[in-house]
Write a protein that binds this ligand. Structure first.
Ligand SMILES: [Zn+2]
Length: 402
């Protein structure tokens, strides 16, 4: 660990051509140490990558500079090429002849900073639990073994459904005990969903975001919500998240939700489209249009979120049935290849969900045309007809209703 800190200092010295004083305030310095030592997680081979200096000019008589770099590390038990990435930006000021670090910021905070963990591993899973929940070998084995049994059952049921080239050799799952901690670690709302996959980092050029690269995925499990479910419900959550984790290498924030959530629901076998029962053509069309433009499911109204998920699930089922799985997946992947100049134009130096939607609006129609060979309006018309006939078919099969 100290070697890595020394490495970072040396690296900065080389870049700055002079001695750098690490004038870091206490908590942040502790955080930095935790980031590099893993805080109980089996972090291996930390490296500092892609350092880039951006002069900021002179502010109140002091010369300023920003150093961006990415801390990258492996996790024991994963293939060597599996890396987790945490971009960091340091603010530097020149004090007399020295460059001094006056502040810094993690763009994506290494999750092990937030939670000291103990690790348990099986054939396909590495499970991290908070140290205080599983302090002994025995308690760790018992709890992690239970979590891994849901994950295993989910993975086995995915084995025939998910194309083999998409499956990963090993998955990392983290059991997060408190809702607030879950929100901090996963960047998700504490009250839903029950689990989240996190696997993103931004690619920058000259300070501007021009794309995304995937880190290895981490599946965060929200203990409070998961324990409220039956065993079957827990396996369902695990299955959905394992699909997200498997597709994580194509993760970008600018993918319409009908693809990100719809494809996850499709492979997880969720058939959420049945929730659209009772909706007329106009309502279905409007939900579908939204799912094709938005990048986020409504986080505030559960009923609306369910309908949006239903539309996503229906769109993905429809697209696979009508155009085939290969074309659906090639459309899914195409969003991660949106050109850097489009991303730069909308994203700028900070990224927001509204900006992600702008990218979707600009690129989705052409991608739909290229990969499915259909215009948006035609696609929507055919989709609405498909849903209505599917729903009436389902009604006929179940005369007593749901
Ligand atoms: Zn999802």
């Amino acid at each position: 660990m100290w070697k890595a800190i020394e490495q970072m200092k040396v690296c900065m010295q080389e870049i700055l051509g002079g001695p750098v004083l690490l004038a870091l305030k206490n908590p942040t310095k502790g955080d930095f140490e935790k980031a590099i030592c893993g805080n109980g997680w089996p972090v291996t081979d930390p490296r500092l990558e892609d350092p880039c200096l951006q002069p900021q000019g002179v502010e109140a008589g002091v010369e300023r500079m920003v150093l961006r770099a990415t801390l990258s590390m492996g996790i024991a038990g994963f293939p060597r090429k599996s890396r987790w990435f945490c971009p960091v930006a340091l603010d530097l000021a020149r004090r007399e002849e020295r460059w001094v670090v006056v502040g810094w910021e993690w763009e994506e905070i290494p999750p092990w900073i937030h939670m000291k963990g103990n690790t348990w591993a099986s054939d396909r899973f590495t499970v991290v639990l908070p140290e205080r929940m599983a302090p002994t070998e025995r308690s760790l084995g018992r709890m992690a073994g239970r979590i891994a049994s849901w994950l295993n059952e989910a993975l086995e049921s995915l084995a025939e459904r998910l194309p083999p080239e998409i499956q990963r050799p090993r998955y990392l799952a983290v059991w997060v005990p408190q809702a607030w901690l879950y929100a901090e670690m996963a960047g998700a709302r504490p009250t839903s969903p029950a689990a989240t996959v996190f696997a993103l980092r931004h690619i920058r050029e000259g300070g501007e975001i021009v794309g995304c690269a995937s880190s290895e995925p981490i599946i965060f499990l929200n203990r409070q919500l998961i324990l409220r479910r039956s065993r079957r419900g827990r396996v369902e959550v695990a299955r959905h998240e394992l699909v997200h984790a498997s597709l994580a290498r194509w993760n970008v924030p600018w993918r319409p939700i009908w693809l990100s959530e719809g494809v996850a629901a499709l492979y997880a076998g969720e058939r959420l489209w049945r929730e659209l029962a009772g909706k007329d053509a106009l309502a279905i069309r409007s939900l579908a249009k939204h799912a094709m433009k938005a990048v986020f499911v409504d986080p505030f109204t559960p009923r609306q979120a369910l309908l949006e998920m239903a539309a996503c699930s229906a769109l993905a089922e429809f697209a696979r049935e009508r155009y085939g799985e290969g074309r659906l997946l090639s459309l899914y992947k195409a969003f991660s290849a949106v050109p850097a100049e489009v991303v730069r134009r909308h994203a700028g130096d900070r990224f927001t969900w509204a900006r992600a939607e702008q990218i979707v609006r600009e690129t989705a129609p052409a991608l739909l045309q290229r990969h499915l060979g259909v215009r948006e309006e035609e696609f929507l018309d055919a989709f609405v007809n498909w849903v209505l006939s599917r729903l009436s078919g389902a009604r006929r099969k179940r005369p007593a209703g749901r």
